[in-house]
Design a protein around this ligand. Sequence first.
Ligand code: GDP
Length: 307
Amino acid sequence: PRMGWMDRLRGGLRKTSASIATVFTGTRIDEALYEELEEALLMADTGVKATERLLTDLKRRVKDTRTTDPAAVKGLLVDALTELLRPLEKPLVIGEFTPTVIMVAGVNGAGKTTSIGKLTRHLAQAGASVLLAAADTFRAAAREQLGVWADRNTVEIISQEGGDPAAVSYDAVTAGRARRKDVVLIDTAGRLPTQLHLMEELRKIKRTIVKAGNAPGAAGMGQPPHEVLLVIDGNTGQNALAQVRAFDDALQLTGLIVTKLDGTAKGGVLAAIAQERPLPVYFIGVGEKLEDLETFSAREFALALLT
Ligand code: GDP
């Protein structure tokens, strides 16, 4: 039987949890314990600020509960991390607009195409009609891969070899409205042929989507894009955080999908994100298969990371 996703998340984060677990095997709660813990958290790419905040919070909890048992401190750390991660816990809401337009960005290799396939399946299973748009017109492989996901989920796809990404996006919004789709998912490029600037390209796509929402007859669909998601590879730790900053500055992100949490020693990066850019983590990727997409739960994640 397939392992449950929590087991896979746990297995994936084991590299982190193992190094943190040793911190609590001593007999005393002392400075040495906190120092070891600090090191383990930093090693997991939790970042300096989030680590400091967690340690301060943890010490307060230890004091409040008057615990003297190092093993009990672990439970208090789970509580502290859960509280830090709580703002990231938010469901992706669709259904308010017809269609809900979701623009998806992410650097090549982050797992963007795979995540769009997973998200398509998730939405289709929830009964939503989906239109996919391949606005990464530069990369033939990305278009083909998206086509495969579309076939597998029997959803329609708008794709145009070598076309203008902004034009494809505009067409997708218009088609999504005309065909009364619930969701239009727009896949964008993660890298461009040289000379062109990725962020400029993505901003242009976003502006074009806004324009499509202002077209005659588009009233009632609100102001698309309704979501601008960034897919990040959880395995890249602080690098992923740098991507969140850069894409958020350029595109005003509304949420994240964090992939590859089934095999990373850098699971602490979610705490760093919570500290610096507390964007909703709508989904996490916990494997390569289409069904390996889960909603994010702060408590479950904290438990998987620390116990
Ligand atoms: P893109 O370049 O961002 O579109 O990335 P892809 O979707 O092509 O994914 C890059 C690689 O990461 C592929 O081999 C995927 O199978 C793999 N991948 C994507 N998401 C996950 C995940 O959550 N877990 C694991 N283990 N692999 C993933």
